[in-house]
Design a protein around this ligand. Structure first.
Ligand code: GLN
Length: 238
C-alpha cells in the first residue's frame, strides 16, 4: 500500500455471515489503523453485490450452515475475492468463513459442500458441537501472544501441506486435531469469535502489517490486555 493512500477494508457478506460480533473485527482494524495515522475506507459487500478487487484487507465471518453454503456459491461465482488474494490482499476468515476458504465443508446434513479453494484445508462434521472458550498458543513465527476466543461449530478441519497451523490448542477444540486455525501467505483462518481481533490485537496488527508493508508503531493496549488476561485466568487450566 503506498504511504499516502487509504487502507481499504472489505467486509464480505454481512447479510449472510456475521455471527458472534464478527463485524467487530472490522471496527478493530479501522481503529488500530487510524491510531497509527492511517486513513481507512470500509466497504460492506452484501451477497447480491460483486466483491471489489482493490481492497487491502478482506474480512469474512461465521454463520449458520445454509447462509454458509450460499456464501460459498456466491464467492465462487463472483471471483472477486480470488482476484484480490492473487493480487496480495490480506484476508481474515472466521469459522464458517474459514471453512469456506477450503476445498470442502460439511453442509446442514453433513453433506460435503464445495469450498472456494483459497486455503489447503478440508472441513467436515465432527462428532459433537464445539462450544465454549478457546485458548491457543500462536505459531512463534507470527510473534503474536496467546490467542483467546469463543468457538461454536460442528465442523472439524484438516490442514493440508499448503498451510501452517495458526496455533496449538490449549483449551477448546479448534480444528479438532490439537491445532487451531491456519495461515498461508496473507490469509488467516480461525474458529475464534469474540470478535477475534478485539481479543487478540496482535492478530489485528499482523494483518495491518501485511497490508501496509511496514512495521506499525506501538499503541496503548491496556484494555485489550486486561480483557485477554481476564479470559486466560478464567479458562486456562492451573
Ligand atoms: N456452520 C459451521 C459449523 O457449524 C460454522 C459455524 C459458525 O460459523 N459459527 O461448523
Amino acid at each position: 500500500m503506498p504511504s499516502d493512500s487509504v487502507l481499504r477494508l472489505v467486509w464480505i457478506y454481512p447479510d449472510l455471515l456475521s455471527t458472534y460480533g464478527d463485524q467487530g473485527n472490522v471496527l478493530v482494524l479501522e481503529q488500530r489503523a487510524r491510531r497509527r495515522g492511517i486513513a481507512v475506507e470500509t466497504v460492506h459487500v452484501r451477497s447480491a453485490d460483486p466483491v471489489p478487487e482493490q481492497g487491502d484487507v478482506y474480512l469474512i465471518g461465521g454463520g449458520e450452515d445454509r447462509p454458509q453454503i450460499l456464501a460459498a456459491e456466491r464467492l465462487r461465482r463472483d471471483g472477486g475475492l480470488h482476484r484480490a488474494v492473487a493480487r496480495g490482499a490480506a484476508l481474515l476468515a472466521v469459522c464458517a468463513g474459514y471453512q469456506i476458504m477450503g476445498s470442502t465443508f460439511g453442509g446442514e446434513e453433513g453433506q460435503p459442500v464445495d469450498g472456494i479453494g483459497l486455503l489447503d484445508i478440508a472441513s467436515g462434521r465432527g462428532a459433537a458441537r464445539a462450544v465454549g472458550e478457546l485458548v491457543a498458543e500462536a505459531d512463534p513465527a507470527l510473534g503474536v501472544p496467546t490467542l483467546t476466543g469463543f468457538e461454536n461449530h460442528m465442523g472439524v478441519t484438516r490442514l493440508g501441506p499448503g498451510v501452517r497451523p495458526l496455533s496449538r490448542t490449549v483449551v477448546g477444540t479448534g480444528n479438532g486435531d490439537g491445532t487451531e486455525g491456519c495461515y498461508a501467505g496473507r490469509i488467516v483462518g480461525t474458529y475464534l469469535h469474540g470478535p477475534a481481533l478485539a481479543r487478540n490485537p496482535g492478530l489485528a496488527d499482523l494483518l495491518l502489517t501485511w497490508a501496509v508493508g511496514a512495521q506499525l508503531p506501538p499503541t496503548d493496549d491496556t484494555w485489550f490486555e486486561r480483557l485477554r488476561q481476564e479470559r486466560l485466568t478464567a479458562v486456562r487450566p492451573a
